[in-house]
Design a protein around this ligand. Structure first.
Ligand SMILES: [Zn+2]
Length: 118
């Protein structure tokens, strides 16, 4: 269970102490999160090979779909609002959570391929 928490906190998949990202980014200012090349604690290189993080796009896609379906359920079926409110809510949530999805998807992708599987 703690490995899931460490993955969501974007800690190093090997030592679980060092930070993966030096900045969280800001979707409203169009700033993407910045990664460290390697762990500051143990020296683990995060990008194992060129193109390693292409697979994290699938994780990001799954996260975005889960978030947007949750928005659909809340806005349409629980609150009973109109489709235009649904569209605006989905767009706002997608933009606001884009940097979160970026960081968490890369972190989960690294944890997925580390020896200590979660
Ligand atoms: Zn480390």
């Amino acid at each position: 269970m703690s490995r899931y928490v460490k993955a969501l906190q974007c800690k190093c998949p090997k030592c679980e102490k060092g930070k993966v990202f030096r900045s969280n980014g800001n979707s409203l200012l169009f700033r993407m999160p910045k990664m460290f090349h390697s762990c500051q604690e143990c020296g683990y290189v995060f990008e194992r090979e060129p193109g390693f993080f292409f697979g994290a796009m699938y994780v990001s896609y799954a996260l975005a779909v889960a978030e947007l379906i949750s928005m659909l359920v809340v806005i349409k079926f629980i609150l009973g609002m109109s489709n235009i409110v649904l569209l605006c809510g989905v767009v706002i949530v997608a933009v606001l959570l884009s940097t979160f999805n970026f960081r968490v998807s890369r972190s989960l992708w690294m944890y997925f391929f580390e020896k200590k599987a979660i």
